[in-house]
Design a protein around this ligand. Sequence first.
Ligand code: SF4
Ligand code: SF4
Length: 285
Amino acid sequence: MSVEAAPPQPAEGVVMWNINTTCNYRCSYCTQRFLDDRTRWARDTPQFLAGFRRLPGRWEVKISGGEPFLHPTLIEIVAALAQMGHRVSVVTNFSASEAKLDQFLAAAGSALRVFSASLHREYVRTEAELTAFIEKARRVAAQLPAGGTLNVTCVATRRNLPELPALARRLAAAGIRFKTQPEKQNRDVIAYTEAERSQLLALGGHSGLGVIAPSFQGRLCWAGASAFTLDDRGAAWRCYPARRYRREYLGNFLDGTFTLFDGARPCQYAYCNCAVPIERGLMAR
Ligand code: SF4
Ligand code: SF4
């Protein structure tokens, strides 16, 4: 029997960091919990930064939440990551003020890789609000460093789906990349009808990957060695499905127990629910 070859190890690792759990929105499709202990987050910042300093080589730290712009030391963290030589990406509901966004862009500087603005139509409802959202995105896009990209994402709820093709065209006309995300309930993709699946696939499926629920079960994947998820308490897992099933725990960033795998390992999960490892070429496809 032939043994499948792993893809080449990516030159740069990726950390998918849920920096906090608090959010100023309460979207109906949100998969996060809402806790609010900001004192702890501020106190933990030096230990998180020490953990990032210990990582071997260069990593892209993709910061999401909750809503990361509510984190009390976000700007300090981003500046420190850039200073360490890591790169920074962010996923935000884009409700932060322009002044706060400018502070973030200045702190990230040339280290900024992907700025992902999530459009939540339950909060950006009117035409005026949508126009303001797009203008704000154009403003950020105009300030990106070389190699930095901005995209707008929207969850393809049944209610949103019919409006998304026009939205995609409108964003394209503004020079902005648009990506859809399938709606999940209890972390699994909802039971779209065949017609809805076709509509979603015509929009690129999950984050432009051309599929709705990617699966690489049994294939070799570098997650755990060149990628991992990190939660707001410092707990690290191989990837989001690993965290969901509480398998392949990598230890805690804050107490010194964190360790990476030493190579690619087979995927144990039927649904690879995060586009980041796929876009970074971590698994044999
Ligand atoms: S903005 Fe994001 S984290 Fe906040 S409620 Fe909506 S989906 Fe959840
Ligand atoms: S679920 Fe995705 S990221 Fe996780 S091990 Fe499998 S292929 Fe890799």
